[in-house]
Ligand binder design. Structure first.
Ligand code: CA
Length: 271
């Protein structure tokens, strides 16, 4: 998967650079902002996968910035971790109520911060985590770029792989084509919604040989949904359970199925 992008909003340069250094070394794509104003400009330019916000900023408090990002429809889903020198319970509660997903108190170790980031990503945005996911025997390993059904590998192109990973980390939810474009292709990519259908078709073709094609459902007029289980085929009702042909015997005026519908037909004769 592509490197996850983290925005660090912190006015104290040595601290910001130290955090950035540690995160870059852990494989993140890091951007830095010294104040709330440049943080908002950076977010508008490209939505990050997670934001670290210091409590004390020169132009606006970190708490206000957190609230502003959580109010904005474009950024409300972006996970936020607050960094602060304050360790008081009241501040922690305010931070979390303001919309922060977690809270790290300074001084913290690079390892602790990394663990918190990973935990928040796993909880808030499972498609950003590199965990192996398995549904109905279909297994995706995002770190290794591998998909398999049992021991049978399934070859996918990058886009189909990302699409499948997004679906498998959000089973049972219906997504519009526009939302899938945002989540899988990225917000500022201008592609037609029809493109989604093309990739869905390819993904289904790839999943067909192992019988996993039907996990990907089309929800008419809405979009697509990835099922938690393969659909169970409902057997046809055997012929002896079907209603009797009423016209066959003139003396039978009424014939109907018993309410349980699985019992043989009960026949009532009129006379
Ligand atoms: Ca500060």
């Amino acid at each position: 998967m592509t490197a996850k992008q983290i925005l660090i909003v912190e006015d104290e340069r040595p601290i910001r650079e130290m955090i950035a250094f540690g995160l870059r070394r852990s494989g993140f794509d890091v951007r830095e902002a010294p104040d709330a104003g440049s943080a908002r400009a950076s977010v508008a330019d490209r939505r990050p996968d997670l934001v670290l916000i210091d409590w004390m900023l020169p132009d606006m408090s970190g708490l206000e910035l957190t609230r502003a990002l959580k109010r904005d429809k474009e950024t409300q889903e972006v996970p936020i971790i607050m960094l602060t020198a304050r360790a008081e319970e009241q501040d922690k509660v305010m931070g979390l109520e303001g919309g922060a997903d977690d809270y790290v108190t300074k001084p913290f170790s690079a390892r602790e911060l990394l663990a918190r980031i990973k935990a928040v990503m796993r909880r808030r945005a499972p498609q950003l985590a590199d965990d192996v996911v398995e549904i109905a025997g279909l297994r995706i390993d995002p770190a290794a770029h591998q998909v398999a059904a049992g021991d049978k590998p399934i070859d996918l192109w990058t886009t189909e792989l990302r699409l499948l990973h997004f679906f498998m980390t959000h089973p049972g939810r219906v997504f519009s084509r526009a939302r899938l474009l945002d989540e899988v292709w990225g917000e500022h990519v201008f592609v037609e919604e029809r493109t989604v259908d093309v990739h869905i078709r390819r993904l289904r073709q790839a999943l067909e040989p192992t019988g996993h094609k039907d996990l990907l459902e089309t929800v008419r007029g809405v979009g697509y949904c990835f099922r938690r289980d393969l659909p169970v085929e409902v057997p046809r009702m055997p012929s002896f359970m079907r209603p009797l042909p009423v016209r066959a015997k003139p003396e039978i005026r009424h014939a109907y199925m018993s309410p349980s519908a699985f019992r043989p037909v009960r026949v009532i004769c009129a006379d």
